[in-house]
Design a protein around this ligand. Structure first.
Ligand SMILES: [Zn+2]
Length: 519
């Protein structure tokens, strides 16, 4: 009998709370829409009590993203649960996800409490949440290191109190697959009312075993797996969605289980997240790494050409990785352009299409062949260009060479006004950045700088990904152009605009206290 495994995505909560992966509200909605297209069953949209911004983002996702259940996280206290409900209640299918630690070390050190008191609080929290909605998940934080007999009592009690999903996290990534599978089997065997709830797992990757532990749990009866795109999350991250899904899909006879994931959306989802956060996965990352389907050695290439199955256990097409196709050119009209974007899965407004089409025409003047990857780079900038353009680039000229001092002249527009300045530097990019600093009056420190060719060929688009620090805060930005100096300057301006927008927004919201941590 084939079981259906629910995929609970926590990229926007566990993933987003890890350093370097924070997203603004528009970016979160964009990613949540793509998660819905990917077919995840549950989106954990955030931790509403953590900040005003988290609350707004969860509410917006609940209102705007159709399809999946929308969950919010809350500590096991009434005020948190009420706040969470106020954010998720707008969804067609809302879920309150509440958690409390059950390991002795957490009970003693974090709460200075007792097992009995914690059990009572867990039951009370679940009852309170059930008074608000019919879909309540309870997580026993640090479940794997908890006393198993006690954990079984907690699970039974919260199910009696109305929990519809009970989650068993390996919060610290300590488990080994055989043991974790045994814990899940033990819970299934010992908890008398276990059939009244979905049994879920949430495995961290501190020993690199998050996916292996999750799969062992599935083999032992878990019905929901919590995971993140690209495996992002606290510390070493969470079990990665794409690896779990493709393991289940590639070995159906072994697991006897399927998911509802549209696997052809995996690559696009992974790239969108990388594009938003500015952090790429390593080239050898399973499923979504740049080399995941590249056959380099001659013997392997020869085998794959004769029959792909010699070295391929899954096809690149099955994860949405098509070969770069020649798609459009100079003579393509707006209709063909819009159709192609639709085929690639992008949903853009009329204004966004118009603006993307103008940039596409500019690109056609510089580059003969436009590939899907070029379109993706172009469109992602359009989708992500959500920050109001305080400063925009009007004109850029640089000169450099082995015997000349690199010089740049930049003209920027702010509203009706244009301003011009020139500067020198170590190279043309440095010179242009100095000129931008002089015009805008802000000065950032470049923390990282990368240029990547979007496709192959000498006329390929060069995408600049940068991280800039302004007054102790880091901002990620990307831009693509056939001229790498221009993409570098556009990325820098985008970081400046982002910083200005955030500073303006922050002026309206006084900073909150330190946010509570999830598990
Ligand atoms: Zn976690």
């Amino acid at each position: 009998m084939t079981r259906r495994i629910l995929i609970f995505d926590t990229t926007l909560r566990d993933g987003e709370q890890s350093p370097g992966f924070s997203m603004n509200i528009t970016e979160k909605i964009t990613l949540a829409r793509q998660l819905a297209r990917l077919g995840v069953d549950i989106i954990e949209a955030g931790f509403p009590v953590a900040s005003e911004g988290d609350f707004e983002a969860v509410g917006a996702i609940a209102r705007e993203v159709k399809g999946p259940v929308i969950a919010g996280l809350a500590r096991a206290v009434s005020a948190d649960i009420d706040r969470c409900w106020d954010a998720v209640r707008h969804a067609a299918r809302p879920r309150i996800h509440t958690f409390l630690a059950t390991s002795d070390i957490h009970i003693a050190k974090k709460f200075n409490s007792t097992r009995e008191e914690i059990l009572r609080r867990a039951v009370e929290a679940v009852r309170h949440a059930r008074g608000l909605t019919g879909d309540v998940e309870f997580s026993a934080e640090d479940a794997f290191r908890s006393d198993w007999d006690y954990l079984c009592r907690v699970v039974e009690a919260v199910i009696d109190a109305g929990a519809t999903t009970v989650n068993i996290p390996d919060t610290v990534g300590y488990a080994i697959p055989s043991e974790f599978g045994e814990l899940i089997r033990t819970i299934r065997e010992r908890v008398p009312n276990i059939d009244r709830a979905v049994l879920a797992v949430h495995c961290h990757d501190d020993l690199g075993l998050g996916v292996a532990n999750s799969l062992a749990a599935v083999q032992n009866g878990a019905g929901q797996v919590e995971c993140t795109v690209n495996g992002i999350g606290e510390r070493a991250g969470n079990a990665s969605l794409e690896e779990i899904v493709m393991a289940l899909k590639t070995r159906p006879a072994l697991f006897g289980a399927v998911t509802g994931i549209h696997t052809e959306e995996i690559t696009r989802t992974s790239r969108l997240l990388a594009s938003i956060t500015g952090i790429d996965v390593q080239p050898n990352k399973a499923i979504v790494g740049r080399n995941a389907f590249a056959h380099e050695s001659g013997i392997h290439q020869d085998g794959v050409l004769k029959d792909a199955r010699t070295y391929e256990i899954m096809t690149p097409e099955s994860v949405g990785l098509a070969k770069a196709q020649l798609v459009l050119g100079k003579h393509s009209g707006r209709h063909a352009f819009a159709k192609r974007l639709e085929g690639l899965g992008y949903e853009l407004s009329k204004d966004q299409i118009a603006s993307a089409f103008a940039r596409f025409k500019d690109l056609c003047d510089k580059k003969k062949e436009i590939f899907d990857e070029d379109l993706a780079a172009l469109v992602e900038q359009e989708i992500l260009a959500v920050v109001p353009e305080v400063w925009s680039l009007e004109y850029l000229a640089t000169s450099s060479g082995t015997r000349s001092i690199p010089t740049a002249t930049v003209v920027l527009r702010q509203g009706e006004e244009t301003r011009q300045d020139s500067a020198t530097g170590d190279g043309p990019v440095d010179a242009a950045y100095h000129a931008v600093d002089r015009i805008t009056g802000v000065s950032g420190t470049l923390v990282s700088y990368q240029i990547r060719a979007v496709t192959s060929g000498k006329d390929a688009l060069g995408e600049a990904s940068i991280k800039v620090q302004f007054a102790g805060r880091e901002y990620v930005a990307r831009a693509a152009s056939t001229d790498v100096v221009e993409s570098s300057v556009r990325a820098y301006l985008s970081a400046i605009n982002r910083m200005l927008a955030e500073t303006a927004r922050a002026a309206g919201h006084p900073p909150a206290g330190p946010p509570p941590a999830g598990f």
